[in-house]
Design a protein around this ligand. Structure first.
Ligand SMILES: CN(C)c1cccc(CNc2ccc(C(N)=O)cn2)c1
Length: 243
């Protein structure tokens, strides 16, 4: 997978794309990152990329041609998905991460508070994505969040691939509690079931704890879930315990 990032602050990406899982994925050639300063594509010798808004009003607006030239310099045979990070975008979620992870080529445009000339949205961008209902100083951090969640889904990116498939949002439930050595830390003990070696019972315990936690913290996720008979049984047990 190739990922292109257009930003005025390429240096923001250096650490993130060369560290940890993303850095290893790049070394393993699971992903090919290209970070470009779209100021390089400005027609003016001063590298102007924004200008005052038609119709007056404050702030500046990103000019269309530097971004059009930058993205058009890219496209080989296939049209890549061109993703604009902005608060008005589609609320980002794991299903969209899984969809983007299937793409061969993703292009991210990271703009700034000033906003974008509408022709960028209408004729260049294929997707507008928001990582949440809050405003950042620029699209860079939002792009890093999307890139992180997409690259970790690439086969071979994570140590044991199962953790990407089983992790909470892909099952629709929140994670169950995790424990590691020591079994007794300051008198706080690991639940006996996890030391029992009964894998079937451990699976059930984990599902029940995921249901308990999801019910307590994210009832909205539970609403959306197609409950299996086993889940219904465990939820009934949880109800009983509360009485
Ligand atoms: C109109 N406006 C404020 C604006 C417009 C475009 C870009 C930006 C850059 N800032 C961003 C970008 C994304 C997100 C997000 N939630 O994904 C939050 N902030 C701000």
């Amino acid at each position: 997978m190739r990922i292109d990032i257009f930003t005025l602050f390429p240096e923001m990406f250096t650490g993130v794309l060369s560290s940890s899982i993303l850095g290893k994925a790049s070394e393993k050639e699971l992903v090919d990152f290209h970070v470009t300063n779209f100021r390089d594509f400005s027609e003016s010798k001063h590298g102007t990329v924004d200008d005052t808004p038609y119709g007056g009003g404050g702030g500046m607006v990103l000019k269309p041609e530097p971004l059009f030239r930058a993205v058009e310099a890219l496209t080989g045979e296939k049209k890549p998905r061109v993703i604009l990070m902005c608060p008005q975008g589609v609320p980002y979620h794991q299903k969209l991460a899984e969809e983007l992870a299937q793409e061969e080529h993703l292009v991210f445009i990271c703009g700034h508070y000033e906003g974008y000339d509408e022709r960028i949205r209408e004729h260049l961008v294929t997707d507008e994505i928001s990582i949440g209902d809050y405003v950042l100083t620029g699209g860079e951090l939002a792009a890093m969040v999307v890139i992180d969640s997409v690259v970790r889904l690439q086969p071979g990116a994570l140590g044991n691939q199962t953790s990407a498939v089983e992790d909470s949002f892909s099952t629709g439930l929140l994670e169950y509690p995790h424990y590691t050595r020591p079994a007794d830390f300051r008198g706080w003990k690991v639940p006996d079931i996890l030391l029992s070696g009964h894998h079937a019972n451990i699976e059930i315990w984990r599902l029940k704890e995921s249901l308990r936690r999801t019910k307590a913290r994210r009832p909205d996720l539970l609403e959306k879930l197609e409950l299996t008979d086993e889940m219904k049984k465990l939820l009934a047990e949880l109800e009983q315990e509360k009485k």
